[in-house]
Design a protein around this ligand. Structure first.
Ligand code: 8IG
Length: 272
């Protein structure tokens, strides 16, 4: 499906086509839970279960290869110990890629069309709380959509109260009671914020700043899925730390967090 074809197709028909392709190729008629892997979370799905099928994202209708190096462009079907089918989307389309909001939420709509009742959104982001050293996972309690757009079109008045499932956040805290929560602000990117923008975000209630998740969460709620979001703070947001963080430190912190966030994700999914 070309970009033009995709844009001329009803987004839910496009999602149906992708879901049918996934069912055919994985041999799994219906998946239960979808997992979107963001920066730093690429290896975190390894403990969830046994991968039974791996598709290259660009072979699935409406998907395209990720433009960010380090983002994994695969769609996997994973069988958990509990017998649940997880659809692991390693390829997220970001708003800053300029492919439009429909492309951004195509994976989420495909997951819903594939039968998923639960949507787990992960991301790497900047933190506004100085206690959150790079490598700290934080539960998303709510969001500020600063993209000035919506994945919903027309008079689609969807309620977003409790968008980030209090039930699943509770399960996550059963796994790790030390987990903090925060409000995630989605900026469009691809540039990072200025220190003034970070202060603005702080004053309007943000704890985390990133370039994904909010639009996907809205589409997930609209599609009827229970949404869970978890961020990996990979850096302090611009101007929060007196010393500019070195990219090396950030990568190291992300690496060091690997085993913890992998275990965490697998344990949360086991409890769903
Ligand atoms: I990793 O500091 C990562 N992604 N907007 N700001 C925004 N996105 C991010 C940041 C950050 N760090």
């Amino acid at each position: 499906m070309s970009t033009t074809e995709f844009l001329n197709t009803d987004p839910f028909d496009a999602a149906r086509a992708a879901a049918d392709y996934i069912a055919e190729e994985t041999g799994v008629d219906a998946h239960d839970v979808a997992l979107v892997l963001g920066s730093g979370w690429g290896d975190a799905a390894e403990l969830i279960g046994e991968t039974t099928a791996t598709l290259s994202a660009d072979e699935v209708p409406g998907f395209s290869s990720p433009s960010v190096v380090g983002h994994v462009g695969t769609i996997r079907s994973v069988l958990t110990k509990e017998g649940k089918r997880a659809l692991v989307l390693g390829a997220r389309t970001h708003y800053y890629e300029g492919k439009g909001v429909r492309a951004v939420v195509h994976g989420v709509r495909t997951a819903a069309a594939a039968g998923c009742k639960t949507l787990v959104l992960t991301n790497g982001c900047g933190g506004l709380n100085e206690n959150w050293t790079p490598g700290t996972p934080v539960l998303i309690s709510d969001h500020l959509n600063l993209t000035a757009t919506s994945p919903l079109e027309g008079a689609t008045f969807v309620d977003l109260t409790d968008l980030y499932s209090p039930r699943i956040r509770g399960l996550a805290r059963e796994v790790d009671p030390s987990l903090d929560e925060g409000v995630y602000a989605q900026f469009t990117g691809p540039h990072y914020e200025t220190p003034a923008e970070v202060q603005y975000a702080k004053r309007i209630g943000a704890d985390l700043v990133g370039m994904s998740t909010a639009l996907e969460a809205i589409a997930g709620r609209h599609a009827g899925m229970e949404v869970f979001g978890i961020s990996l703070v990979t850096n302090l947001a611009a101007g929060i730390s007196p010393v500019p963080l070195s990219h090396e430190e950030v990568l190291e912190a992300g690496q060091a967090a690997g085993p913890r966030i992998s275990r965490l994700l697998a344990d949360i999914i086991a409890k769903l």
